[in-house]
Design a protein around this ligand. Structure first.
Ligand code: S3P
Length: 461
């Protein structure tokens, strides 16, 4: 077993956002996409697997870990806090944990790169340990709001000192005497829910989180998988999650399913490039993540689930995708939590559909890796699509054929904006160029070779 350096330690990649020269890339009109591909491991589950492995007694084995830059930052943070984190092979990692309450103070600043999930969840861990950790990140992460996790974690006893507006760099001082809290989420956010639950692991008694709208439940599932006691009750006014504090977590094996948020890009490409037939293997189909696929089906898409199975406590299937005509629909705000990361690529599908697509309830898109609402509206308009933003609603007028393309898109350190516009370029008359493909490595390092393998014409601009 070899302790390979992460890419950022090797001085490659992860610093791109602040240091490496931007690398423009273009998507060009392509013939039918054909073939099968395996998308990388789920980013949300990969972060959590590393954190639970770091807290469990014994050696946790993770297979299918996403080796994207965000997740490598979390691996480095867990190492800095005392866990032994070893890469044993492609996507195969071993973590020897320290036990609940056993994390140590990192000696240096934790540079979390572009990783919002990594930052907010690790803040939860720090909050209930007597230590100080200082967080920073790239220009995108330093713009993102951290007060949403600081607010509940202060109630537990942690202290926060950051820049104005609750932004990084930020020092978090955890408490030796964490108080178990009951917290109602003011925004639907799995990151905030998870930060509170992770802090609650080292608090005596019961920590409760109430969410009005159900968000992804990977933390709850993984808590149980590692031996914690978690109860979930659903009622008309929301879901209540109760965690019994200070459990003994035991090392477990984790198989990370393919990321539906990454599958979204080749899936939409397969739907809009005429004549395509694409199969995506081993994709997670947790119902709290699959809003995009439900929406695309309502638009008329042919997406079949094949070989349904369960892996590592998560439902998984192969997706069989066939190109065809899409029609515009209205997507209700209630669906946003189950597809929050997928609106950029849905907007691309909508721009190629026949008729109007109305997407409600997108306020959270403004605080992602970039302001995705304005990035999509501006980029699609530059490509010739008719787009309107009305408050937190995005309206795309589809003309039954792709917009003309021919624009250069500012990706603003946002991997999903970058991939969305490369996919759009596969169907436009003129290529669509992105100003920097570097951010794609955040979540989907092999996006370009995978898409090329299916027949997509994506390459240097
Ligand atoms: C994530 C939750 C979502 C999502 C992010 C991953 C998670 O963020 O956008 O990519 O792993 O918990 P919010 O909690 O801010 O909605």
């Amino acid at each position: 077993m070899q302790d390979l350096p992460s890419r950022q330690e090797a001085g490659q990649g992860a610093g791109h956002a602040t240091s490496a020269a931007p690398r423009p890339m273009a998507g060009r009109r392509s013939g039918p996409l054909r073939g099968a591909a395996r998308v990388p491991g789920d980013k949300s589950i990969s972060h959590r697997a590393l954190m639970f492995g770091a807290l469990a007694i014994g050696t946790t084995r993770i297979d299918g870990l996403l080796e994207g830059e965000d997740v490598l930052r979390t691996a480095a943070a867990m190492r800095a806090m005392g866990a032994e984190v070893v890469r044993a092979g492609d996507g195969s990692w071993r973590i020897s944990g320290v036990g609940v309450g056993g994390l140590g103070e990192p000696e240096d600043i934790l540079d979390m790169g572009n990783a919002g999930t990594g930052t907010r969840l690790v803040m939860g861990l720090v909050a209930s340990h007597p230590m100080t950790a200082i967080f920073t990140g790239d220009a995108s992460l330093r713009r993102r709001p951290m007060e949403r996790v600081a607010a509940p974690l202060r109630l537990i006893g942690a202290r926060f000192q950051g820049r104005s507006g609750g932004r990084l760099p930020m020092a978090v001082t955890g408490t030796a005497e964490p108080v178990p809290i009951a917290y109602r989420l003011p925004v639907p956010s799995a990151q905030v829910k998870s930060a509170v639950l992770l802090a609650g692991l080292n608090a005596p008694g019961r920590t409760t989180v109430i969410e009005a709208e159900a968000t992804r439940d990977h933390t709850e599932r993984m808590l149980r998988h590692f031996g914690a006691s978690v109860s979930v009750s659903r009622a008309a006014d929301g879901t209540t999650i109760v965690l019994e504090g200070q459990p003994e977590l035991r090392a477990r094996d984790v198989v990370v399913p393919g990321d539906p948020s990454s599958a979204a890009f080749p899936a939409v490409a397969g739907l809009i490039v005429a004549g395509s037939e694409v199969r995506l293997k081993g994709v997670g189909i947790n119902a709290l993540r699959t809003g995009l696929f439900d929406t695309l089906r309502e638009m008329g898409a042919a997406i079949a689930h094949e070989s349904l199975r369960e892996e590592g406590g998560e439902p998984v299937a192969d997706l069989a995708i066939r190109a065809g005509k899409l029609k515009g629909i209205t997507v209700p705000a209630s669906r946003a939590p189950s597809m929050i990361d997928e609106y950029p690529i849905l907007a691309v599908a909508a721009a190629c559909a026949e008729g109007r697509t109305v997407m409600h309830g997108l306020a959270e898109l403004r605080v992602k890796e970039s302001d995705r609402l304005s990035a999509m509206a501006t980029g699609l308009a530059a490509c010739g699509a008719q787009v309107v933003v009305d408050g937190d609603t995005l309206i795309v007028e589809g003309r039954g054929r792709p917009p003309r393309g021919g624009a250069t898109i500012a990706t603003a350190l946002d991997h999903r904006i970058a991939m969305s516009f490369l996919v759009l370029g596969l169907v436009t008359d003129a290529p669509v160029t992105i100003d920097d493909s570097g951010p794609i490595a955040t979540s989907f390092p092999d996006f370009v070779p995978l898409m090329r393998g299916l027949g997509a014409d994506i390459g240097d601009a």
